[in-house]
Design a protein around this ligand. Structure first.
Ligand SMILES: [Cu+2]
Length: 714
């Protein structure tokens, strides 16, 4: 597009889309992938949609509170998806705001989000978007035809393009993570809804009524009256490019508010949203340079006992060989194609134990880089900082919007150099308030120094923060997370340094009981949850090196030759292997990565009832932790393979599925029994439609670890 035309259109775009940052000639697509304006397809563009790329706000260097849209009630916002100047970031640009805003909507109210996509794809076939495709990598850019599932030599194994954003073409869509809303189109539908690039030249399917143009879609979410109030979030969810587009910036927070929020504002207690995202570690970009690098040593409470624990586990393994866990009625033998032994010898780069391999990802907090040091923590002078008033209390809403990173949040008090980990006064998890069995709200005081609270990618935890005494400091930090030897390293990091200064404010009663006054009971919501599972299903999370086929997975007593598989490529699966509804057949249990095929893997029949409750056993046969997420519904964790887990009983929309422990050394060891969680969940008529469940390590989801579920009324 000629620069003069781009400049002339800028004002019009501002009016049409609410783009606060506007546009300028520097952001015209022409520079991307060295495609000149004249090479853009002439048939591209519908009237008024072939627009210059909207411009991102500048990246903050220090800690900044996120702006909010509205304060509860019905909320409407217009977003424009655009690039920053060097095309390393994507942004939801909203009028007059310098960051992706916190969208605040009231219980029972309506949230409406209009998104206009100003990205342009490239190539004569309009089949790729190089900045997204090659984000964090070595600059390769693949056209779409590279992607395609293919049956393996035995006809049952379906390798796809692993470790790549394999359909990166600049399309987008939106998922409102955790909200209790319909999965139908124009609401929270992520399978067919597509917001096309502005210059899309290929065919377009019939558009839903909420889509004014192929690159302009308005989502409307009706929240039920009994919706729990708390922290949720929004992010892009196009299968195949969700990881890269999320890491590049297409994520923001949602806060659902009830009378309790209004009350707390009235008594001067506000909230603070901490939006954590991750990006590729610039010190270790994906590629050959990563080999052999290990995470820098960081303070780690568990280290001292790790060797002893492994030795004890090896003894236990020899004394009692592993077997699938008992408990559910459909206890089963694993599908032979899902052989847990396949992972032996496939720990992550540089891994020598459960702490994982290289640190592939580093963190941002509200968009600002979280500083790290080679050894230990950076000095206080380098940390992101926030100042509170003496006596001030706030509710911190920590949203783990990282594509791939796990967090273990803790508050550490520094008093004259003495460090003390404070109890975490938890207000809500995954948007659902802490409550007793009757639904009465309460705080849960968690001793996270002894039992870390591991928040998986996409999880949220909300907690009360009291300002430190003047002269003291509080670190908001994440303890190290051990993902298993097949995972990437998540070292301890200091996210934010809190200090106090200025005029003191009322510190409130010692037990913070005033904060929950006027906060509604959860009883109406809890009453909609059934208590017993009618249908029981078993799923297995699996990974295979590219080239593994069925015969190769039967090697219980020897490791296959290196030449028989490609350890640099990994394929990811989530497969239903058993159910008591007589609907698991070999075709459905075949190891296939997720595709947008018409047939859902799981069908939930309501049989005319308002709701049905199911119990799912989700097993992990790999050597790394996974993050199991259900769209549309929350589940209650009713058991897992680490019985001291603080997850037990909470209502969550994402849960850690523990890794199978490696018994013995990395090269010749055996995984022990698979890790697992048992979940109970209730589907209602509000969930009728098709939606997905998947691993929320988005790298895994993009590469196949996702399944489709349909809820039908009959
Ligand atoms: Cu995973």
């Amino acid at each position: 597009m000629p620069k003069t035309l781009g400049a002339a259109l800028a004002a019009a775009i501002l009016l049409a889309t609410g783009a606060a940052g506007g546009t300028d000639a520097e952001n015209i697509w022409g520079r991307i992938c060295a495609v000149s304006d004249s090479q853009l397809s002439p048939q591209a563009a519908w009237p008024g949609t072939n627009l210059p790329v909207a411009k991102c706000y500048p990246q903050p260097t220090g800690y900044e509170s996120l702006p909010s849209v509205n304060g509860g009630g019905n909320t409407t916002v217009n977003f424009t998806i655009g690039y920053d100047a060097d095309q390393k970031r994507l942004c939801y640009v909203a009028r007059g705001l310098q960051a992706p805003p916190v969208l605040r909507v009231g219980v029972g109210d309506t949230l409406s989000i209009q998104i206009a996509n100003t990205l342009h794809d490239s190539g004569k076939l309009h089949d790729k978007n190089c900045p997204i495709d090659s984000y964090g990598g070595e600059g390769f850019c693949f056209p779409k035809p590279v992607f395609g599932e293919q049956p393996g030599p035995d006809g049952t194994f379906y390798p796809i393009m692993a470790n790549e954003a394999h359909t990166a073409d600049g399309t987008s869509n939106l998922h409102v993570h955790g909200l209790f809303v319909s999965p139908l189109p124009c609401s929270d539908e992520v399978l067919s809804s597509t917001i096309f690039p502005a210059n899309w030249g290929a065919s377009v399917p019939p558009l839903p009524p909420c889509q004014a143009a192929p690159n302009n879609l308005t989502y409307t979410y009706q929240l039920p009256a009994d919706h729990p109030a708390g922290a949720y979030w929004y992010h892009t969810h196009r299968h195949g490019q969700a990881e890269h587009e999320t890491q590049m910036g297409l994520a923001g927070a949602i806060v659902v508010e009830d009378q309790g929020d209004a009350w707390r504002r009235e008594i001067g207690v506000t909230d603070e949203v901490l939006l954590v995202t991750d990006i590729p570690n610039p010190a270790c970009l994906i590629g050959p340079d990563c080999d052999g690098r290990v995470a820098p040593p960081r303070p780690n409470r568990r280290q001292a006992n790790a060797a002893a624990a492994r030795a004890a586990a090896a003894q236990a393994f020899l004394a009692a060989p592993p077997h699938p866990p008992a408990g559910l009625a459909n206890d089963h033998t694993l599908d032979p194609r899902i052989d847990q032994v396949d992972q032996a010898g496939e720990c992550a780069y540089g891994a020598s134990g459960p702490d994982g391999g290289v640190e592939l990802w580093v963190l941002l907090l509200n968009g600002a880089p979280v500083p790290e040091a080679q050894n230990g923590f950076p000095p206080d002078s380098e940390l992101l900082t926030k100042t509170m008033r003496p006596g001030q209390r706030q509710i911190f809403r920590l949203v783990n919007a990282a594509a791939n990173s796990f967090l273990a949040p803790e508050l550490v008090l520094n008093h004259n150099g003495t460090l003390t980990t404070l109890p975490l006064e938890v207000f809500a998890r995954d948007g659902v308030g802490m409550a007793n069995a009757e639904g009465t709200r309460q705080f849960d005081d968690l001793d996270v120094a002894r039992h870390p609270l591991i928040i998986p990618p996409s999880g949220r935890v909300e907690f009360v923060v009291h300002a430190p005494e003047p002269g003291d400091e509080i670190y908001v930090q994440s303890a190290q997370v051990a993902p298993g030897c097949g995972g990437n390293a998540y070292p301890a990091r200091r996210l934010l340094l809190l200090t106090a200064s200025g005029n003191p404010v009322d510190a409130g009663p010692p037990n913070d009981s005033d904060l929950l006054e006027n906060t509604p009971s959860l009883a109406p919501y809890l009453s909609t949850l059934g208590d017993r599972g009618h249908v029981q299903r078993t799923f297995v999370l699996a990974e295979y090196s590219r080239g593994f086929t069925y015969p190769l997975t039967q090697w219980r007593n020897k490791i296959p030759n290196q030449g028989q598989y490609d350890p640099s490529q990994t394929d990811f699966y989530i497969t239903e292997v058993a159910a008591n509804d007589n609907q698991v057949d070999p075709a459905r249990t075949a190891l296939k990565p997720f595709t947008h095929t018409p047939a859902p893997q799981v069908v939930v029949h309501l049989h005319g009832r308002p709701s049905v409750t199911e119990e799912w056993l989700v097993q992990n046969s790999t050597l790394e932790i996974h993050a199991f997420h259900m769209h549309q519904v929350h589940f209650r964790v009713i058991g897992d393979s680490q019985h001291d887990s603080p997850d037990l009983g909470n209502l969550l929309d994402v849960v850690n599925v523990p890794a199978a422990p490696l018994i013995g050394d990395v090269q010749t060891g055996y995984p022990g029994a698979p890790g697992f969680v048992k979940l109970r969940m209730t589907f209602t008529t509000a969930d009728i439609g098709e939606f997905v469940f998947h691993c929320h390590i988005l790298e895994h989801e993009d590469n196949g670890m996702m399944g489709k579920i349909e809820v039908v009324p009959d």
